[in-house]
Design a protein around this ligand. Structure first.
Ligand code: HMG
Ligand code: MG
Length: 302
């Protein structure tokens, strides 16, 4: 199959990236990050999550951040919602999209959201009904689609099972997530194909953490299947608090560089994105985890 000519990037850095930071980050910084991403042309940004502040303290200011971001019409600002309590808190902040997050691994489901896969679907069902009634788009994340930190191997059939359950409760789009970044290209394709048994091509995305350095290869493998939506994280920020040792999502800068080289349009300004990655890494007092981003920044500085 020919590669897609246009790709949609969802920058999940403000949520998936910052949720993992130990030191509390000021809401001002989070708002500035989202606003800068908007200015760089991102069409979709995952802003925050409405989860228990005891579980993920860093995201406790989600409502404040949502209230203060400068919204560009047409840009999808999404938030994670694990249950009705989260939905009720998210609703007044007018998210364009909510994300329910389940797992293809029972063990991870218990560690991350404290319930079984089947129970998680029953928690998501009223959330999906309420989102539909409020005209809010619903995305689903399938964690541990390529491996689990607690149970090890995860089969494509397990991914297909969760995708089917999500479809049944009205989830409109599913993201196949390699939470711990152990997956390799053929495995990524198999997991995506399992989701494609239940969803059309433009409603399946890839979400690859880069722990083992395989994420851009996995993105390319998914492009070969015609997948045209990917979650990426500015400066490669992040990880999941319940997947110890896992690094952030594939860096946005690296994926944009790959796509530019392939002649695939994203509508995003790569130079501005590189600058954002360098800025946020400076705020966090570390070097960006973005190979192409750092190389481009070094070249510009020289
Ligand atoms: P629980 O303890 O089973 O829930 O947690 P509960 O209903 O028994 O409630 C316990 C307490 O939490 C109560 O407070 C509730 O009010 C409160 P208390 O009475 O003890 O004071 N509570 C909430 N507070 C605020 N917002 C809420 C909420 N719900 C309950 N929505 C729960 C279940 C899901 C809430 C909990 O396990 C949780 O918050 N987990 C956090 C999970 C998380 O955020 N993980 C990281 C994001 S997922 C991710 O990174 C993966 C992804 O990137 C894809 C990938 O890479 O794999 C998406
Ligand atoms: Mg993630």
């Amino acid at each position: 199959m020919a590669l897609p000519t246009r790709v949609r990037i969802v920058d999940v850095g403000p949520r998936d990236g910052l949720q993992n930071e130990k030191q509390m980050i000021a809401a001002d910084v989070k708002v500035e990050l989202v606003d800068r991403l908007t200015d760089a042309g991102f069409g979709a940004i995952e802003v925050t999550s409405f989860v228990s502040p005891k579980w993920v303290p860093q995201m406790a200011d989600g409502a404040d951040v949502m209230a203060r971001i400068r919204r560009q019409p047409g840009v999808v600002y999404s938030v994670l919602v694990p249950n009705m309590k989260g939905f009720d808190s998210a609703l007044p902040t007018r998210p364009d999209e909510i994300v329910v997050f389940g797992a293809a691994s029972e063990a991870f489901s218990q560690k991350n959201i404290n319930c079984s896969i089947a129970e998680s679907i029953e928690r998501f069902r009223p959330v999906c009904d309420a989102a539909r009634a409020a005209n809010i788009r619903i995305r689903g994340a399938i964690s541990c689609a390529l491996g689990c930190p607690y149970q090890g191997e995860v089969t494509p059939a397990a991914v297909g099972y969760v995708a089917r359950l999500m479809k049944e409760i009205g989830v409109q789009h599913v993201g196949v997530a390699d939470t711990i970044g152990t997956g390799t290209p053929r495995a990524a394709q198999a997991a995506i194909e399992a989701a494609l048994a239940h969803y059309p091509l433009d409603e399946v995305s890839g979400h690859f953490h880069d722990t083992y350095g395989q994420a851009t290869a996995n993105v390319y493998a998914c492009l070969e299947l015609g997948v045209s939506t990917f979650d990426t994280s500015i400066a490669g920020l992040g990880g999941c608090p319940y997947a110890k040792g896992a690094t952030g999502n594939v860096a946005t800068e690296d994926v944009l560089y790959l796509l530019r080289g392939l002649g695939i349009d994203t509508g995003i300004d790569l130079d501005k994105t590189v600058a954002i990655g360098q800025w946020i890494s400076g705020v966090l007092e570390r070097k960006a985890f973005a190979r192409a981003g750092n190389a481009m920044a070094a070249k510009r500085a020289a």
